[in-house]
Design a protein around this ligand. Sequence first.
Ligand code: XMP
Length: 312
Amino acid sequence: MSNDYAKFIENQISELRATVGKATAINALSGGVDSSVVTALGHRALGSQLKTVFVDNALMREGEPQRVVKAFADLGIPVELVDAREEFLSALAGVTDPEKKRQAITDTFYKTVFGRLVRQSGAKFLLHGTILTDIEETVAGIKRQHNILTQLGIKPEEAYGYSVLEPLKTLRKDGVRAVARELGLPKTMTERIPFPGPALATRIVGEVTRERLTTVRAATTIVEEELAACGAFQYMAVLLNDMATGIRDNRREYGQIVVVRCVESVDAREAGVTRLPWEKLERICRRIVEIEGVNRCLYDLTPKPPATIEYV
Ligand code: XMP
């Protein structure tokens, strides 16, 4: 099997070299395993002809942009950190509908921020970490993934002025991880739990604001610390768009509600809920209700289907 992945890498490298020729390519790294593999593969194929950017969209986890850029610098791959926080937050202001939120993020990313970066770089090609599951779910109309353009009939050459190359489009998540291992990427990348392109925006039901991001970010840090060793496919904290009555220091308060979700899955198409130990859940709950403004913590027992893994 390992040989198959070595062959896959070899083929993709030749194909990327043949397609890009002497032109410049660009790719956006989010730090997830998909975009990490594309970045490593792309640099192996194209060297300095590939420019990699990390766009800070204000929706990432605590310290994530700096951590990802440093991890790639350690591999000898330069990544430029682009601060686009204000642009994303203003595009998301007042937007509550899930699909409109995704649309606002897609448009801000491709049309505004990335469009500008591509124009500045003169790149003719965009390398993208689309995988097979993204294509299938988008085509099936289950969810509009952040990273699908061609499959939706949007022609990036006409809309944005560049061609999209998707070297991972025949692989599912387990295949991408195998390629990552074959490329020699560190365990922090190859075994990293999936994290969606629209980032914490998929974990805020309702409007995404600076304050609500601070809350969900704090809860995310707690859940990720507590469950790092649990071996589950994915775990997360979600901020609901509702308030509950509570009591603290003998005073009635009206607080926010955080859901903890932890699931088992092979490729994210279906998922079952992890039977976490009760003590672990209680500990997570105790820590989460210490976050300012949060007074309730729930554990989600719903498999996929009928739920999806993310909330937005
Ligand atoms: P759902 O929520 O559809 O998620 O059950 C399935 C898997 O895909 C991830 N996910 C995304 N990844 N862009 C991504 O790159 C997205 O827009 C997106 N939405 C969901 C999710 O975290 C889960 O692993």
